[in-house]
Design a protein around this ligand. Structure first.
Ligand code: AMP
Length: 284
C-alpha cells in the first residue's frame, strides 16, 4: 500500500491507473477506522482492480461548536487497518491542499440536504457534497462505496453524482453494529461507560418501529412516539430528532401506505456525544 498526501500526486496516480485500463474503487472516510469502514473496503475491493481509501477530517462539514478539533485521529493505526482490508492507496490530504486560499465553491444538493441531519446541522451537507465532489475529481473512481449508517449522506451523494454527471457508480454497504446493536462509529469512543450502556437504546428504538410496522401500525406519529419512549427511558439521552420519512425524498410521512419504503431515523445526544442511526421499513 502506498500513502499519498498531496492532491496533485493523487490525481496523477489516478490518471496512471486509468491509463493502464484498471478500475478504481474508492472509500472516503474521516479515519479512526472501525469494522464499519473496513466492511466497505472489503466490498470495494471486490468491485475494482485498485482500492483507494481516503482519510480526511473535512473541516467544512463541521458546524461551529461541533467536534472538529476533538474528532479522534490515528493515522498510523488507520494505515495498517486499511492495508489489511486490501487498500492499495491511502490518500491523506492536508486541509490547506484541499482548500487553498481563495477556495469558494460550494455544492448545494437541494431539498434532500435540508431535512433531518441537514436541518439539525446547517451547512453540513454542503461541506460533505463539496468534499466528495473534490475527492471524486481527484481520485477519479469508477465506483465509490458509502455506508447505510449515514443514509441521508448516501442519498445526497447519489443525487449529486447523478445531477453533476460524475459517472461514478455509488454502492451502499450495510451498517455494521457492535454485538449489542450499537452502530459502529468513530464517535463511540467519546462515550463514558455509563453512556455506552445506554447507547444500544438507539437500535432498540428502531427495532420498536420495525416491529410496530410489522404488526400493522401505519400511523407514523404513533411509531415516532414508541421510538421516543425507548430513548426517554435513558437518563443521559436527549433526542435531537426522530423521523419516519419517505426513503426516496426524505420528506416526513404521516402514514405508511401500501408499497411505501420508509426511512426511520433518529439523532440522539448521549451526554455530549451525538449519535445517529436508521433502518428501512418496506410496507407490502
Ligand atoms: P466517516 O469516517 O464517519 O465519515 O464514515 C466513512 C464511511 O463509512 C461513510 O460512508 C459511512 O457511512 C461509513 N460508515 C460509518 N460507520 C459505519 C458503520 N457502522 N457501518 C457501515 N458503514 C459505516
Amino acid at each position: 500500500m502506498v500513502t499519498i498526501d498531496r492532491v496533485a500526486s493523487m490525481g496523477a496516480a489516478a490518471d496512471g491507473i486509468r491509463r493502464d485500463g484498471r478500475r478504481i474503487a474508492f472509500v472516503p472516510t474521516m479515519g479512526y477506522l472501525h469494522e464499519g469502514h473496513l466492511s466497505l473496503m472489503r466490498i470495494a475491493r471486490g468491485l475494482a482492480d485498485v482500492l483507494v481509501v481516503s482519510v480526511f477530517v473535512n473541516p467544512s462539514q463541521f458546524g461551529r461548536g461541533e467536534d472538529f478539533a476533538s474528532y479522534p485521529r490515528d493515522i498510523a493505526r488507520d494505515s495498517s487497518l486499511a492495508e489489511r482490508a486490501g487498500a492499495d492507496v491511502i490518500f491523506v490530504p492536508e486541509a490547506g491542499d484541499m482548500y487553498p486560499a481563495g477556495h469558494a465553491t460550494l455544492v448545494d444538493v437541494g431539498p434532500i440536504a435540508t431535512v433531518l441531519e441537514g436541518k439539525s446541522r446547517p451547512g453540513h451537507f454542503g461541506g460533505v457534497a463539496t468534499v466528495v465532489a473534490k475527492l471524486f475529481n481527484i481520485v477519479k473512481p469508477h465506483v465509490a462505496v458509502f455506508g447505510q449508517k449515514d443514509a441521508q449522506q448516501v442519498a445526497v451523494i447519489r443525487r449529486m453524482a447523478a445531477d453533476l454527471d460524475f459517472g461514478v457508480e455509488i454502492v451502499t454497504g450495510p451498517t455494521v453494529r457492535e454485538p449489542d446493536g450499537l452502530a459502529m462509529s468513530s464517535r463511540n469512543v467519546y462515550l463514558s461507560p455509563a453512556e455506552r450502556a445506554q447507547a444500544p437504546a438507539i437500535r432498540r428504538s428502531l427495532d420498536a418501529a420495525v416491529s410496530a410496522a410489522g404488526g400493522g401500525e401505519r400511523d407514523c406519529a404513533k411509531i415516532v412516539a414508541l421510538m421516543r419512549a425507548v430513548i426517554a427511558a435513558q437518563p443521559s439521552a436527549a433526542i435531537d430528532y426522530v423521523s419516519v420519512a419517505d426513503a426516496g425524498t426524505l420528506q416526513e410521512l404521516t402514514s405508511l401506505a401500501r408499497g411505501s419504503r420508509a426511512l426511520v431515523s433518529l439523532a440522539v445526544r448521549i451526554g455530549a456525544t451525538r449519535l445517529i442511526d436508521n433502518d428501512i421499513i418496506t410496507v407490502d
